[in-house]
Design a binder for this molecule. Structure first.
Ligand SMILES: Cc1cc2nc3c(=O)[nH]c(=O)nc-3n(C[C@H](O)[C@H](O)[C@H](O)COP(=O)(O)OP(=O)(O)OC[C@H]3O[C@@H](n4cnc5c(N)ncnc54)[C@H](O)[C@@H]3O)c2cc1C
Length: 237
């Protein structure tokens, strides 16, 4: 049986692995992290720029907040995040899924797009990095208080993740969460010159996000099957 070695068990690597198995290849996925999933994994840890907040408040009936999209709020008092002034914050309330928080409690995520270079530089000094994460936490709490008065004293858990977090856990370039946008339209090659039987899959060569990464895994297996003159199978049924 022909072997396929896949480096990286993100959504693209897993997708390539599934289609490889379905098409009769002996697939091996090598993942550096102890969990598969890459950017769609979640980790339990102590400590992007994304701030996840667990609050002892039921925010499920809040019309603006309880939807699976980020809502944009204008702040009366702007905050500084990673050296940039932010006049707005994006909040996502996970109340659309009851498994995210115990009854009566809520999970919110506040996200900011920032330059990873800022974090990369500050990361050299662990104390500075820790302090800057603390600054982000304080700024986010004060901005949440502007939008949801009383929330400050109800926060039970809070976690700040920076681009360095993604670099540290899964070594993603510049801690980017999406890769190049419209990779397919840019026609990024999936092979490298002189490297036979080597293909690239994932968000950097596919279209943006989960669908693009997952479909890039499938497309490469379709191509390998075509090269091997095999019928491409897309279901176990
Ligand atoms: C907070 C956040 C929110 C997002 N929201 C959305 C959204 O709403 N919609 C959407 O479509 N997309 C979203 N995305 C983007 C989406 O999750 C990614 O584009 C997608 O998961 C990328 O998958 P991938 O397999 O290409 O790469 P990755 O997930 O980066 O997987 C690569 C894997 O390779 C491993 N690896 C790296 N180097 C090595 C090595 N040397 N040896 C072995 N293994 C290695 C890594 O550990 C990782 O598991 C979001 C991402 C984040 C972080």
């Amino acid at each position: 049986m022909k072997e396929i070695v896949i480096i990286g068990g993100g959504i693209a690597g897993l997708s390539a692995g599934c289609y490889a198995k379905m098409n009769g290849y002996d697939a091996h996925i090598f993942e550096m992290h102890n969990l598969p999933g890459g950017l769609c994994t979640s980790w339990k840890r102590k400590g992007y720029t994304q701030v996840s907040v667990g609050v002892n408040m039921d925010l499920s009936s809040d019309a603006n907040l309880s939807n699976s999209v980020y809502y944009l709020y204008e702040l009366d008092k702007p905050i500084m995040i990673a050296g940039e002034e932010k006049k707005h914050i994006h909040i996502k309330n996970y109340a659309f899924d009851q498994t995210f928080a115990p009854k009566g409690k809520s999970t919110l995520v506040v996200a900011f797009y920032v330059e990873s270079a800022y974090w990369e530089q500050i990361y050299q000094d662990k104390e500075k990095y820790k302090k800057e994460k603390q600054n982000v936490e304080t700024a986010v709490i004060s901005s949440l208080e502007q939008i949801i008065p009383g929330i400050k004293d109800k926060i039970e858990v809070i976690d700040v993740s920076t681009p360095m977090t993604l670099i540290r856990y899964i070594n993603n370039w510049q801690g980017s969460i999406m890769g190049f946008i419209n990779g397919l339209i840019l026609n990024i090659p999936r092979t490298l010159p002189k490297l036979k039987n080597f293909y690239m899959v994932g968000q950097w060569v596919g279209d943006a996000g989960l669908p693009g990464a997952a479909s890039s895994g499938r497309e490469i297996l379709e191509l390998i099957c075509k090269k091997d003159k095999k019928k491409f199978i897309t279901s176990n049924a």
